[in-house]
Design a protein around this ligand. Structure first.
Ligand SMILES: Cc1cc2nc3c(=O)[nH]c(=O)nc-3n(C[C@H](O)[C@H](O)[C@H](O)COP(=O)(O)OP(=O)(O)OC[C@H]3O[C@@H](n4cnc5c(N)ncnc54)[C@H](O)[C@@H]3O)c2cc1C
Length: 436
């Protein structure tokens, strides 16, 4: 496997070897495998473009593999429906570009370690760099069970994560350190690779599933997941739904974003794009270019600085992102000092998840998460801070916050989830009569 100088610089800067060809001990494989998981789109997708380049350079066919497992944390009808709607759009978009792809859905009678088996046969695995669980753990497992070179590509951030060599705690530090890097990239047009490689035609360890004319609800009923959490009716997944929402906001809301974004009662004051960004159903590069063309500075600050600071945080602190260890020392000292303070109330997970506390605002926030799978940023902060007053210890409070966030929010388990929860634990102004 070779990577020659013809990989364009815009791809090289977001490419790294998890297992380099020099370290891999595999037999030469027979195709380039691209595993798509966090960039569910066939446009402006640097991981797909790297895979096309490697196939071309090495004269190998490309195998595009996307799949949906049952064992990701909090797997439920809600996430399965959103993801399958997204996969359906991706299938159509890949096909329109002339890219052959294969989709596998784990379900009754259709289970197996297909990614591992395909990786063992491949000359190289290309996939997206996503610094959260379960993906990081799945990659580790793959490294220990295969000996194929593995290339990781950042398909999420305008300034690739690996270009910020240190972890930044604060937005102003990150803004200052990355200003020049953003200035060079924000308005850059995305240059798609020409699809000039062949496609793998050999046998597959599973039957490829075409999602176009199939009932997704019936498919979902065959999956071993939590069927008690319903899909969100007014937020369908997929590239088309994602850009429809973005374009509506771009035309009607973007110009007023700076003034309206703090009004939690105005649903249209913010873009509500985080779930589409989380699954990579829309291109963050395109959204940034269009926001920049509209001169939407405040929106860009959220999308670039706050969002990518979260990626930077997870990239450099992966082992601790879901624990108190991720917080700065001064925050942990304060939490320790107050660890034995009397709590306002003790609520069980059931009481909290069913929004049955005696705090009307908090219950309304929780109901929004359960019903709509989303929560406006301002009240999300209030929602996130409340757990400390109700759980026996800061550690258990954080576990509860993460659990309810990841279980119900369509954008849960994103790097921004860990950034958001950390911020809510380090900006602690807990009023004594908070929710009246
Ligand atoms: C306790 C808590 C939990 C959170 N959990 C998540 C989560 O699971 N997933 C998630 O994506 N975000 C999370 N956030 C951050 C933030 O609330 C959401 O990103 C934002 O509300 C999404 O709504 P929007 O798309 O309308 O944002 P907009 O205001 O329209 O902003 C546009 C985009 O900028 C980014 N952004 C905006 N605010 C933030 C922020 N504070 N931090 C990082 N990026 C931001 C998002 O990508 C967002 O889609 C959390 C915040 C808190 C306080």
């Amino acid at each position: 496997m070779t990577v020659d100088d013809s990989l364009p610089p815009a791809l090289t800067e977001r490419f790294r070897w998890l297992v380099s060809p020099a370290d891999a001990q595999s037999q030469p494989g027979s195709f380039v495998l691209y595993w798509m998981h966090s960039a569910m789109r066939a446009h402006e997708n640097p991981a797909l473009d790297v895979a096309i380049c490697l196939a071309r350079q090495n004269g190998l066919p490309l195998l595009v593999y996307h799949a949906l497992a049952e064992d990701y944390p909090y797997s439920s009808d809600r996430f399965h429906a959103f993801i399958l709607q997204g996969q359906r759009d991706v299938q159509r978009e890949l096909s329109d570009r002339g890219i052959e792809a294969h989709f596998h859905l784990a379900r009754d009678g259709e289970r197996g370690p297909h990614l591992r088996d395909l990786t063992r046969q491949a000359a190289v695995l290309v996939t997206e760099d996503m610094p959260v669980q379960p993906l990081a753990g799945w990659m580790e497992r793959l490294v220990s069970r295969t000996s194929t070179p593995i290339a990781m590509v950042d398909a999420s951030c305008v300034v690739p994560m690996q270009m910020s060599p240190k972890s930044h705690q604060r937005a102003f530090e990150f803004r200052k350190a990355t200003h020049g890097l953003y200035a060079e990239r924000i308005d850059q047009e995305y240059c798609e690779q020409q699809v000039d490689c062949s496609f793998y035609q050999g046998p597959l360890p599973f039957k490829s599933l075409n999602l176009q004319d199939i009932c997704l609800a019936t498919l979902i009923s065959k999956c071993r997941i939590d069927h008690s959490i319903a899909p969100v009716a007014d937020t369908p997944g997929g590239t088309r739904a994602g850009y429809a929402r973005w374009n509506k906001f771009r035309m009607n809301g973007l110009n007023h974003y700076e003034d309206e974004r703090n009004d939690a009662s105005n649903r249209d004051g913010v873009s509500r794009m985080s779930a589409y960004l989380h699954f990579g159903m829309v291109s963050p590069f395109r959204i940034v270019r269009q926001a920049s063309a509209a001169g939407a500075e405040k929106y860009l600050d959220e999308l670039l600085i706050w969002r990518e600071l979260s990626f930077n945080f997870c990239f450099h602190n992966l082992d601790v992102i879901d624990s108190l260890e991720a917080l700065p020392d001064w925050a942990n000292e304060t939490l320790d000092e107050h660890a034995t303070d009397a709590r306002e109330s003790h609520y069980s997970w059931e009481t909290l998840s069913r929004a049955k506390t005696d705090q009307p605002l908090w219950d309304a926030c929780q109901r929004s998460l359960v019903k709509h799978g989303e929560l406006h940023n301002n009240v999300r902060m209030t929602w996130g801070k409340a757990f400390l007053g109700w759980a026996p210890s800061p550690a258990s409070a954080m576990r509860l916050t993460m659990d309810l966030n990841h279980r119900y929010a369509l954008d849960g388990r994103d790097p921004c989830s860990y950034g958001g929860v950390s911020v809510s634990y380090t900006h602690l102004t807990l009023p004594t009569t908070p929710y009246v």
